[in-house]
Design a protein around this ligand. Structure first.
Ligand code: GUN
Length: 301
């Protein structure tokens, strides 16, 4: 707790720490039960193709985690680890093959892709029914018109945590900081579909802190280490920190931190997600959930 933060609202009790890691583990348990039922009914496991192009170390870690947790949940991975020199045509040919492979229910192409490959072309080539990232414009459109859709994993994880804490979100004032296609925009859409009053703010917004201070629900996804301090927070608000930033301390050691100053914000908020152990584990759990949903929807067709 910093002096600066504790002086703003001296009478408040500290925020609860939202345990995304535990919630994600429970969610993976539910997926594992569903995957076992799917296997009993259909004679095969739900299948997830995981495509990584190049050797970006962070992407390698993410992909490994996704495949390990898929295996633990009874989901079969189809790994495709391609060299960084892979051409766009080669990648599109692979996706076409995965689109027509009946054992593959979900296709995940890890982003970012090397410069010679156009991300949009790749995303648009994935069968919308297998688009477990929810990035294909068909799913984006379905989400924005309130139809059933495969929904991007990180904002879906945020929504599940919020509903677990608050139940019905109707009428809540929600502010989303950041407007990326992966988090900010779909997050705003999900909150709107859940009957929140939603504001999206970003790097060009005016009165950023004041906007945030109006929020019952604050979701921060900007990639700026500890940008959000206690002055951004309405007393009692729920704060979800999507940022994962690696920063180097004065002693040369590096550590992970979010977009939210956890200690300072905890003096004002009602509840806050930590980094690590907050939203991050929810993203992978929701990828597995989406894969099971895609498998069930394909089987029902
Ligand atoms: N890279 C960073 N986040 C994501 C994600 O959610 N999905 C994919 N495919 N790549 C990412």
């Amino acid at each position: 707790m910093t002096d600066q933060a504790s002086n703003i609202y001296p009478d408040l009790t500290p925020a609860q720490r939202i345990d995304g890691k535990a919630f994600a583990a429970a969610l993976r348990g539910d997926v594992a039960e569903g995957a076992a039922r799917f296997q009993a009914d259909r004679g095969r496991q739900p299948g997830l193709a995981v495509v990584l192009v190049g050797d970006d170390p962070a992407s390698q870690v993410y992909v490994k985690t996704k495949m390990r947790q898929a295996a633990e949940a009874g989901i079969r991975s189809f790994p495709h680890l391609l060299p960084g020199s892979t051409s766009q045509d080669e990648l599109l040919q692979l996706i076409a093959a995965l689109n027509s492979n009946d054992e593959v229910d979900g296709i995940l192409v890890q982003l970012p892709l090397p410069a010679q490959i156009e991300e949009t072309a790749v995303i648009e080539s994935i069968d919308p029914g297998k688009d477990v990232d929810g990035f294909n414009p068909v799913n984006v459109g379905r989400l924005s018109t309130g139809q059933s859709a495969l929904v991007p994993c990180t904002p879906l994880g945020c929504l599940l945590l919020l509903q677990d804490r608050l139940g019905d979100l109707s009428g809540k004032k929600a502010v989303v900081v950041g407007r990326s296609n992966i988090v900010g925009k779909p997050m705003a859409q999900l909150l709107l579909n859940a009957n929140c009053t939603v504001t999206t703010v970003h790097s060009r917004s005016r009165e950023l802190a004041a906007e945030c201070r109006s929020a019952d629900i604050l979701v921060v996804a900007v990639g700026r280490p500890e940008m959000v301090d206690a002055s951004y927070i309405k007393p009692g608000a729920i704060v979800l920190d999507v940022g994962i930033n690696r920063i180097t301390r004065d002693d040369g050691q590096s550590r992970l931190t979010g977009d939210v100053d956890f200690e300072a914000v905890s003096t004002v908020a009602g509840a806050v997600t930590p980094v690590p152990g907050g939203i991050g584990p929810m993203t992978v759990a929701c990828l597995l959930r989406n894969t099971l949903s895609a498998a069930q929807a394909r089987a029902a067709r």
